[in-house]
Design a protein around this ligand. Sequence first.
Ligand code: NAD
Length: 471
Amino acid sequence: MKTYHTIIGGKQIISKNTFEVKNPATEELIGHAPISTKTDVAEAVAAAKKAQPDWAALDDDKRKEYIMKVAEVLTNNTEELATWITKEQGKPLGGPGSMFEMQACVGWTQVPASLDLPVEVVFEDETRRDELHRKAIGVVGAIAPWNWPLMIAIWQIIPALRVGNTVVLKPSEYTTIGTLEMVRMINEVLPAGVLNTISGPGEIGAELVGNKDVKKIMFTGSNSTGQKIIEASAGNMTRLTLELGGNDAAIVMEDVDPNAIAEGLFWGAFLNMGQTCACAKRLYVHESKYEGVINALSDLAEKMPMGNGLEDGIVLGPIQNKMQYDKVVDLVEDAKANNARIVCGGSPKEGKGFFYPITIVADVADGLRLVDEEQFGPVLPIIKYSNIEEAIKSANRLEAGLGASVWSSNLEEAKKVAARVEAGTVWINQHGAIHPMVPFGGVKGSGYGVEFGLDGLKSVTQPQVISINKA
Ligand code: NAD
């Protein structure tokens, strides 16, 4: 079985230590991933630091050209990389799965290549002219999670490279091979040292954060790791963008047609088996539509084929790993012990793989662990409310503030509710509908900083003012 390699300074690095990677649908071994050493981390940062001045000095159009070549590489290798995602992460090739993830990788590469950050004249009169220039920060460390491994790595890498930074990327230890393969392919069209990888457990990520030559960390992952990164970054004053966990509320108002919104709600909650930061994770439904929404969602759940995502027709795969699977089982068992109504699903599937059925849990209230904790899996608690004020209060009572949604046929009323929900994005009649031109990021405990669009690009630069005396 093949051992995969990291890339440092354009060269493949063979690691003495490796770990086994298994397919979560079959539990079969699919390859060996490298475990980087502390020396590897130091060498990767040194290679990125060496390559950075020349990369930043390139003409802006030249860097755009490079990024467009990366988009071409991703397009030409879509099927191969999507297959890696399916084998390693579990999401199917079909449905909103790994081919969809690869299309997103291409889109999130092309869009930053099309954006510009021209010099802004922020003040001018007869005595002075003040220009705001946006410069690269230096070496950016990118630390990715396992749920959308290639797409989130692209979100971190591409804007950073576009504006003249170089990057050291550490994929999640749960989804390493696909990401290393993607970087190997991308490296064929980039100068050596511009994009480097290291691999292994959290300690290797911590080593990257602690390196004083890393000037910015782009992190997507859990709140507890985010806290550790904040602490570790303090000594070097490393800049941070933190995209952390969410517990998105979806508020369904009394004027909806349950059947008309069911499909949008279903994928809003169960995209990638609920293993998506901005999935709807608690549903608040007006009492007049409570049973209607529950029935429409459970009808859909029964129809969606779940299985090994390499097979045709499958739209839902396994949970990615045993740790997450056990968490889902535990939260559902706790809900059962607290007299929740299991509308569908609710018991693990027999056989190989971390399969757990889509599970809809009704007759629950705030305070239940399944409502208050991020489940990050295929289980949705549905809570009844009678007055919209109660629903808004419930939506805002937790520390999470990534996304939220409001569902209504009255746009004006929905906008009034949306404005009062504490979240980085509040969608109306859709959930999780991110776009490469639209800034995305959390408030409260869900992190700080934004990605995507011009604001995302600015976040991987540092401003420099050039102030000219005209007198
Ligand atoms: P995680 O925090 O366990 O791991 C994320 C990455 O951090 C991995 O590469 C891991 O090896 C690394 N890491 C672990 N300890 C570290 C340390 N001390 N220093 C540096 N790096 C370290 O998160 P996960 O389980 O992979 O991801 C799931 C979580 O990510 C969920 O909470 C989800 O909501 C969140 N998420 C957020 C977004 C967003 O955009 N806000 C997107 C996707 C996932």
